[in-house]
Design a protein around this ligand. Structure first.
Ligand code: SF4
Length: 393
């Protein structure tokens, strides 16, 4: 019998047309090589029955998925809702269907581990200058053309150099490093949800904060579960246009907006980041609409960071964002009513600093990741006693 590949199967069965929200509808690249054990799988032995025990312990059964007929599974973790036949990986490359069970790959196997200042996340209203133990497992559910960390986000957990660090060890390592928080960051932490949640629960018991640095592309049910251990988040609002989300990031806008509303309703401290990519995300009217949505749905107190773009990955021929654009967007967002608006990736810009929204005095001066001046008493402006939103020292 003539063998057909998965794409041909879907085309033949019409499955590509059956759901406007399916991962395939958004998926701009071929997944043929993502088949486990396929030509691009450099460690096809992982799923063989005779694979060494050590390989198996790096995978954990996923929490949010449904088993379907013919050993198919539907992942429920993010809005792609991938439908996976046995042997398939999801869009994120870090979840796979093995004989009708969905596994999270790379559990306990971070590919990046560092200690960073919290300002690097960026989080400017969360325990300034604290050390953050930061880790990532390879994988991402987006395909941003401008990805800064594509070496780890656009690859598979089993394809990249990694270290073994199970949840209890991660918490101990964080404590030893003098960190007050653990950040799930660099790649897309939603795709290593089970590992993040297990570390988060242990960290919470030890009085360590959990920080989620994410694209916000997650379904409500898993997010609510995550919120129980979260202390802070920085979530990317990549643009305020569904068309640009599809073109630039391989996702959709509305699920990200839903994430912001859930975080807000759950009382999680979060800050928003918007990378101003020239030609994609630099339309003033769009920024105005974005600010309008933020004010109407989240209020004026969640900090917003406009970041300067530098050429990289598939957009390596674009020029960096003009600093004047970032300055203009900051002024626009503040004049619309957002109280704390920052400019990032521009050293020395006044938008690096925090000013009291009431008396306008300088509260926190930042130079790189250092703070030469700090004028907060607890959570209050030390000049006019206004309460400044955030989680302070
Ligand atoms: S988490 Fe991965 S496998 Fe699950 S729906 Fe999202 S992209 Fe697909």
């Amino acid at each position: 019998m003539k063998k057909i590949n998965r794409r041909q199967f879907f085309l033949a069965s019409g499955a590509l047309l059956c759901s406007a929200t399916s991962a395939q509808a958004l998926w701009p690249f071929s997944r043929e090589n993502d088949k486990i054990g396929g030509p691009a799988d450099i460690r096809g032995t992982i799923f063989r029955k005779d694979a060494p025990e050590t390989l198996w312990k790096w995978h954990k059964e996923a929490i949010f998925y449904k088993k379907l007929k013919n050993e198919q599974v539907r992942c429920g973790l993010c809005p792609h809702r991938c439908l996976l036949a046995p042997g398939d990986r999801g869009v994120c490359r870090s979840r796979a269907n093995l004989a009708g069970t969905l596994y999270s790959l790379g559990y306990g196997n971070p590919c990046s581990v560092h200690v960073d200042p919290v300002e690097k996340k960026p989080l400017f209203h969360f325990k300034p200058q604290s050390r953050v133990f930061s880790l990532a497992v390879a994988g991402c559910n987006f395909r941003c053309l401008n990805c800064q960390n594509w070496e780890i986000s656009q690859t598979r957990p089993d394809e990249i150099r990694h270290t073994e660090l199970f949840p209890a060890e991660a918490v101990t390592a964080a404590q030893k490093s003098g960190s007050r928080a653990i950040a799930y960051t660099y790649s897309e932490p939603t795709t290593f949800f089970e590992y993040m949640l297990d570390i988060g629960r242990l960290a919470k018991k030890e009085g360590i904060d959990n920080l989620w640095i994410s694209n916000g592309y997650i379904n409500r049910e898993p997010l609510l579960k995550l919120c129980r251990v979260l202390d802070g988040a920085n979530v990317n609002l990549k643009s305020y246009s569904d068309a640009i989300y599809k073109k630039l990031n391989g996702g959709r806008l509305q699920p990200v907006l839903n994430t912001f509303k859930t975080l807000h309703d759950q009382g999680v401290h979060f800050e928003m980041t918007n990378l101003v990519v020239p030609g994609y995300v630099d339309d003033e009217e769009m920024i105005k609409r974005m600010c309008g949505w933020i004010l109407a749905n989240l209020g004026p107190n969640h900090p917003l960071h406009f970041l300067r773009f530098f050429p990289q990955y598939r957009l390596d021929r674009l020029a960096p964002t003009p600093i004047s654009t970032l300055t203009r967007f900051r002024q626009l967002a503040m004049s619309e009513g957002i109280r704390y608006v920052y400019v990032g990736n521009v050293p020395g810009h006044e938008g690096n600093n925090t000013y009291c929204h009431n008396c306008k005095k300088l509260l926190i001066e930042r130079r790189g990741y250092t703070i030469p001046a700090y004028h907060l008493d607890g959570n209050q402006c030390s000049f006019c006693r206004t309460v400044i939103p955030g989680r302070w020292l």
